[in-house]
Design a protein around this ligand. Structure first.
Ligand SMILES: [Zn+2]
Length: 144
């Protein structure tokens, strides 16, 4: 393991445009459950995975019903309450020192931003932001 860490550090030091790519694994230590791990949300309840893929269509069909369901979802409350862990802070520090240029994440938990990362590409969106379907603008959720 030490050898792999040394090799990663050498590669990072030599890179001219390094980025960090993160997924659910970085946030499990913060208490955010992953989806497909041994205790993952979808591993334990495969019906939840099917339901997740239908969410967007449910929203388009009946936005009021979608929001009523979403606002009482306990997973959403977990995402709003969790705090960054040393992994998130380490990536923020690597960005501050210039060792990485950005974080690209599939996570929606906003923990990279809470840890201080500035350049974050959240390709599944963020629990903290909404996008207007009419004009495409992103808005802060404001604690919703
Ligand atoms: Zn708009």
């Amino acid at each position: 393991m030490e050898e792999l860490i040394s090799k990663a550090a050498e590669d990072l030091a030599r890179a001219s445009h390094a980025v960090a790519l993160t997924g659910a694994g970085i946030s499990t230590e913060s208490g955010v459950p992953d989806f497909r791990g041994p205790d993952g949300i979808w591993t334990k309840n495969p019906e939840m995975e099917k339901k997740a893929y239908q969410t967007y269509h449910t929203f388009l069909k009946d936005p009021v019903a979608y929001w009523k369901e979403t606002l009482k979802n306990p997973f959403r409350k977990t995402l709003l309450a969790v705090r960054p862990n040393p992994g998130h802070y380490a990536l923020a520090e690597l960005e501050r020192t210039g060792a990485i240029k950005a974080v690209i994440s599939q996570n929606v938990d906003n923990l990279h931003r809470k840890a201080g990362s500035q350049r974050i590409l959240e390709y599944h969106g963020s629990v903290d932001k909404l996008r207007c379907l009419s004009c495409g603008l992103r808005h802060n959720r404001g604690g919703l």
